[in-house]
Design a protein. Structure first.
Length: 384
């Protein structure tokens, strides 16, 4: 942590201060309510926009902070310490804004980015499908060319903020398909209440309550020709263009959740007394704390090593996969053992540890499972 601290710029510290203030003043008082109601916290998203946290990677001309991925990871980790659900909501929104920034026309950037940065418009990327996973080359969703634009038909699974988003980035295969291209393209589609033929069925999960995802169905959804993001056939490049960032962001969320659980466990071990001694004085508890502390620091190192690589040179697939899978594993390890230190109280719903444990679990499944990340690390390491 000290090495990371010494490497931070004043800009990074300012972003961390913004995240601290948002987490303490806005999110901490609302985190348990979001968990209990499982409702999308649009007011919290808007507050994140007010704090500048939705535009960390967006240039100032569109209302953003124009910072780098280290700043983004710092903010995301801090938010995740209060609420993994809100952190994942910000993550999903961010990776809907970046394709617009990098591949949109000047008109699209002007139309979408200022409102998305301010939190007035929520974004979602719809890539995954029931039969194709997240592979753009196997997509079955199609965009039929019409006289005025395109008609989109297909089914999408997952997609953070799907259904509640004001703009969905839908990855589909254009028909007729160009001879020199697979035709996979990205289309900007409004919210489900703003177009005909777009329906959403929310999925219920054991954790990340308040984070919205589920199944989207597009049945001839019509969009204008200017809804095409980038060019025809650029969908694969657009969808995969932020993959190292997305993996590293999930690693930052895992680190934040793990830090919250670790802090709870250490405080409890210092205060809870048994047999006249604080339970932290017993070797069994000390061994758990030592393992948790060491793995947490190792995870943080991998996350920020990957974040720095993204900031300096655009990213490194091996580093991002290491960061994602190890931080996910550590989040599960630390939350599980923090509960062990609490004993029976840790299993109670009026303590936060069971929420941390449920939130941590999904990180090893989304954005590419742990096994996929390990295969990627091995492939990159072996230069296969």
């Amino acid at each position: 942590m000290q090495l990371l601290e010494r490497s931070l710029s004043d800009e990074h510290r300012d972003i961390r201060d913004r995240a601290d203030a948002f987490a303490e003043d806005v999110l901490s008082p609302r985190a348990e309510e979001i968990e209990a109601t499982d409702e999308f916290p649009r007011d919290v998203v808007e507050a994140a926009g007010d704090a500048g946290l939705l535009g960390i990677l967006i240039p100032e001309e569109y209302g953003g902070l124009g910072s780098d991925f280290v700043g983004y990871a710092l903010a995301l980790e801090r938010v995740a310490r209060e609420s993994g659900a809100v952190a994942e909501t910000i993550q999903g929104h961010t990776f809907a804004t970046l394709p617009v920034l990098h591949h949109g026309s000047d008109a699209q950037r002007e139309a979408y980015l200022p409102e998305m940065v301010a939190g007035e418009s929520v974004g979602s990327m719809l890539l995954t499908e029931p039969g194709a996973g997240s592979s753009p080359t196997e997509l079955e969703t199609v965009a039929e060319e019409t006289d005025d634009g395109y008609a989109l038909t297909g089914e999408k699974s997952f997609g953070t903020n799907a259904g509640v988003a004001d703009v969905h980035l839908v990855v589909a295969r254009k028909r007729p398909q160009p001879e020199d291209s697979h035709g996979v393209s990205v289309f900007l589609v409004p919210g489900v209440d703003d177009v005909s033929g777009f329906t959403f069925d929310r999925a219920e999960f054991m954790g990340m309550r308040g984070h919205i995802t589920g199944d989207s169905t597009l049945d001839g959804v019509e969009v204008d020709s200017d809804a095409l993001l980038g060019g025809v056939g650029e969908g694969f490049r657009i969808a995969m263009g932020t993959i190292d960032m997305a993996r590293t962001g999930l690693g930052a969320i895992g680190t934040g959740i793990a830090q919250a659980a670790y802090d709870e466990a250490v405080d409890y071990a210092s205060e809870r007394r048994q047999g006249g001694n604080a339970i932290g004085e017993y070797q069994a508890v000390q061994v758990l704390v030592a393992k948790m502390d060491t793995r947490l620091e190792a995870a943080r190192h991998l996350v920020y090593e990957s974040a720095a690589s993204i900031a300096e040179s655009g990213g490194n697939t091996r580093k991002s996969s290491q960061a994602k899978y190890y931080a996910s594993d550590v989040a599960e390890f630390v939350t599980r053992n923090a509960m062990q230190i609490y004993g029976g109280k840790g299993y109670r719903t009026d303590y936060p540890l069971e929420r941390y444990l449920r939130d941590a679990k999904i990180l090893s499944l989304i954005g590419g499972t742990t096994e996929i990340q390990q295969t990627t690390v091995a492939t990159e390491s072996l230069s296969l």
